[in-house]
Design a protein around this ligand. Structure first.
Ligand code: TXA
Ligand code: MG
Length: 353
């Protein structure tokens, strides 16, 4: 199969391409498209075969459920049952936007799409191309991140092409995404709203809308790199994910000590014949004196760090670094989301200095 790339990055959106992509979806094919978080790999959420194709193209285990993307609130009501009041409140506050809600499903969405679960994860993306595609196709679109399973999520169309070229019908290229980390996932099927995956919409923002919010104990790691014992409720959070090819270690602590330690470890690695990479920030980049130094962003602008993280991890794959050392980014608003992804990429390996 030859994967077509359709450029929809300019305004007004080229509706001819949206119509062609819609046709592909209605015929059971797959189209990657931009959202405000990361690129998604889309298929008709009500079509079992399309969902099977998605798992196959990504090389993803079929017990890891897909997120259903919608363009109207009413579509959420049409595929769920026992919808709690909090769903409407959260939708009013954050949709369209980077929030996914897990709700009890009815029979409209097949088990192939929900990985066999009786719940369905739903979100309304805040991206004009994504919304146009959902509306024009008339489909609710099942879409995981458009990467090969185990690689960093794609934040540009070229990342999607690297991973899925020849495996899907088309890629709608809407330019680089805005946020760069996947949506916040909340579970609405229990008494208290529970965060299953941290993202741009953080605990404080959720609390302002629904009051009490908890975090899935299965995703909270202690200093030893283990959780309280519970399994994460979102199946996708159970795997070592987002793993770069090189061995990544996070070095955390006071900036001066972090820089000293990374410089020492990098030198040791190079002397041992390894190719070493360093994830630095604008503030620290000039303080490192060896290795491949890539700047992830600016500490005073945490969005820049979220935006570039996956891109940097992919660059290290291309550079074929053996060892990667990263600073830690416990920034005020997105720190939890950024560190969740970085720690996963590192298999939780952290050196506290
Ligand atoms: O920002 C995003 O959410 C992106 C864009 C494309 O929308 N999508 C995304 O999808 O990150 P994916 O498949 O890479 O991650 C979906 C996560 C997985 O961890 C999966 O296990 C979890 O959502 N999930 C999906 N349905 C669920 C359900 N019914 N219950 C619990 N977790 C669920
Ligand atoms: Mg993913």
């Amino acid at each position: 199969m030859i994967t077509r790339i359709m450029d929809v990055s300019l305004e007004p959106i080229n509706m001819e391409y949206i119509r062609e992509a819609s046709e592909i979806l209605r015929n059971g094919g797959l189209v990657a498209f931009p959202t405000e978080t990361v690129y998604g790999l889309g298929g008709d959420a009500t079509d079992k075969e399309a969902s099977r194709k998605i798992y196959q193209a990504k090389g993803r285990p079929s017990d890891n459920p897909l997120i259903v993307h919608i363009a109207e609130y009413q579509q959420l009501e049409s595929i769920t049952k026992d919808l709690p009041e909090t769903a409407k409140k959260l939708a009013d506050a954050f949709w369209p936007g980077p929030l996914t809600m897990v709700c009890n499903k009815n029979e409209v969405i097949p088990y192939e799409t929900t990985g066999g679960l009786d719940t369905v994860a739903v979100r309304m993306p805040n991206n004009p191309v994504a919304l146009a595609l959902i509306r024009e196709s008339g489909c609710m679109i099942a879409a995981p991140s458009a990467n090969t399973s185990g690689r960093p999520s794609p934040t540009k169309a070229s990342h999607v092409y690297e991973d899925l070229s020849g495996k899907i019908e088309a890629i709608l290229d809407g330019g680089p995404v805005d946020i760069g980390l996947e949506s916040t996932i909340v579970d609405l099927t229990e008494d208290v709203v529970t965060i299953l995956r941290p993202g741009y919409i953080n605990m404080e923002m959720l609390k302002e809308v629904v009051g009490e919010v908890r975090i899935d104990p299965g995703i909270v790691y202690n200093d030893k790199g283990t959780t309280a014992g519970a399994k994460p409720k979102a199946p996708g959070m159970r795997y070592k994910h987002y793993a770069p090819k090189g061995d990544l270690t996070i070095v955390a602590g006071d900036e001066k000590k972090v820089v000293e330690t990374i410089n020492r470890l990098a030198l040791e690695g190079i002397e041992a014949g390894k190719k070493v990479g360093i994830i630095a920030t604008e503030e620290t980049k000039d303080k490192y004196d060896c290795g491949e130094i890539l700047v992830v962003g600016d500490r005073s602008d945490e969005k820049s760090i979220a935006h570039n993280l996956y891109n940097i991890l992919r660059e290290f794959d291309e550079l074929e670094t053996d060892l990667i050392y990263s600073e830690s980014f416990a920034t005020p608003n997105m720190g939890q989301a950024i560190m969740n992804r970085l720690l996963k990429a590192a298999g939780q390996k952290t050196l506290n200095v």
